[in-house]
Design a protein around this ligand. Structure first.
Ligand SMILES: Cc1cc2nc3c(=O)[nH]c(=O)nc-3n(C[C@H](O)[C@H](O)[C@H](O)COP(=O)(O)OP(=O)(O)OC[C@H]3O[C@@H](n4cnc5c(N)ncnc54)[C@H](O)[C@@H]3O)c2cc1C
Length: 385
């Protein structure tokens, strides 16, 4: 444990991933004096450090576009604001599409993105393969191209937010597991940890794939399930275009981006395991190799190694859960990003700040309330990998 947890705090944030740390920083920057982050492992040690680092505004749902656009602007300023290089590459995001139905669906999303001032374009197959030369043109019908998107380093973002938050007085306690949440007369009264109780009137649940349990302690239904996903890296790729975009083959969900002299790659498998076991399964590489052989070219001589496995925190409609619980006063949640939470970290941190301080949120997240499932108002995000 990094330090003894305090006996009381104004706000207790459960989870030290990108969401919890961004929220802590934004709360402290807004003048909230007594903020504590509790992380049972190391900072970023949950899903955040396992992310592929993709940062994109290319979504089909406007609330996601809004959150992602704010966040991308924050990533652009991150070095200056937090004195931390995050290795941001604005190499673009390319969604490869296979048939007319996909082209029509993404064209609708692209129009929506342009309404937000985003330079999103539908392009032909030849242009798509020119932008991403490792793509096998067979079966590419066209693409959605978002030139200002890209990727950056999740670990560096965690470091930057943690350092800035600490400078502003946030206490960050690692190695401290939360074991319960106390509710009295319908409002948050405290949290229990393996190292003592903390009395507080406000809890923020940013516990990622483990959020369902945290919600249960407070009597709040957070429908989040963990799903294991793998990432591989390659040996150096001869002649690799330094501008290689973050490329997603939407039908197979194969994705890759340049990582130093090689590639970082992922490809969800139908056999990906549900549950919080993030142990690597070497047989996944066979699945990846089979998809690569069909969808990519020029990589026959390139070595492939399993990088790591991590957990997606998945909701029934692949959209996040963000809000202030109706059941319990003082319980704010921001979780369930279903594979795109890293890129939303900055914007979501601002929204959590606003929910805690009871200001109108910078992005209207009313439709992301966890109660949407009981009210049968699920809000599907279609363009996920
Ligand atoms: C392979 C892979 C690739 C991905 N690629 C991308 C990508 O390219 N772009 C993108 O935007 N997103 C990506 N994601 C998704 C992204 O990683 C997550 O959506 C995001 O990191 C969620 O951040 P978080 O802070 O909510 O959760 P986490 O980073 O998981 O943080 C939650 C923290 O809570 C802690 N915790 C849980 N329970 C307790 C408890 N009881 N007490 C104390 N601490 C607790 C955990 O230890 C954990 O550190 C990817 C995910 C994976 C697995």
């Amino acid at each position: 444990m990094s330090e003894q947890p305090p006996v009381s705090a104004d706000v207790v944030i459960i989870g030290g991933g990108v969401i919890g740390l961004s929220a802590a920083y934004h709360l402290a920057a807004a003048g909230v004096a007594d903020v504590v982050v509790l992380e049972r492992g190391d900072l970023g040690g949950g899903s955040t450090s396992k992310a592929a680092g993709g940062v994109r505004t290319a979504f089909s749902d406007e609330v996601n576009i809004d959150l992602a656009q704010r966040s991308l602007a924050a990533f652009e300023r991150f070095g200056d604001e937090h004195d931390q290089d995050i290795d941001l590459h604005r190499s673009g995001y390319l969604f490869l599409l296979r048939d007319d139905a996909q082209l029509a669906d993404f064209a609708v999303a692209s129009r929506l993105q342009r309404r937000f001032g985003i330079d999103s374009q539908m392009i032909g197959a030849v242009e798509a393969c020119r932008l991403s030369p490792l793509v096998n043109p067979v079966e590419v019908a066209g693409a959605m191209w978002s030139p200002d998107d890209g990727h950056c380093s999740p670990e560096s973002v965690v470091l930057g937010y943690a350092r800035s938050a600490r400078r502003l007085g946030v206490r960050i306690v690692t190695g401290c597991e939360v074991t319960g949440v106390d509710v009295e007369s319908g409002r948050i009264a405290g949290v229990q940890t393996a190292h003592g109780a903390i009395s507080t009137r406000t809890v923020v649940c940013s516990a990622g794939a483990w959020s369902r349990q945290v919600g249960r302690w407070a009597g709040v239904d957070l429908p989040v399930d963990a799903l294991r996903r793998h990432v591989a890296t390659t040996s150096p790729v001869a002649g690799l275009d330094p501008h290689t975009p973050f490329t997603v083959d939407f039908a197979s969900s194969l994705y890759f981006h340049r990582e130093g002299p090689g590639l970082l790659m992922g490809a969800p498998d139908a056999d990906d395991v549900w549950g919080v076991d993030a142990a690597r399964d070497p047989s996944w590489l066979e699945h990846l190799a089979a998809v690569m052989q069909h969808r990519l070219v020029g990589l026959d001589e390139v070595g492939l190694r399993i990088g790591w496995a991590g957990l997606y925190e998945v909701t029934p409609d692949h959209n996040a859960l963000i809000g202030q619980a109706e059941e319990v006063e003082g319980f704010v949640y921001a979780t369930g990003f279903s594979g795109h939470g890293f890129l939303m970290g900055p914007g979501v941190g601002e929204v959590v700040r606003d929910l805690v301080t009871e200001r109108p949120p910078v992005v209207d997240v009313t439709t992301l309330a966890a109660t949407r499932f009981t009210a049968r108002e699920a809000r599907p995000e279609r363009h996920i990998v």
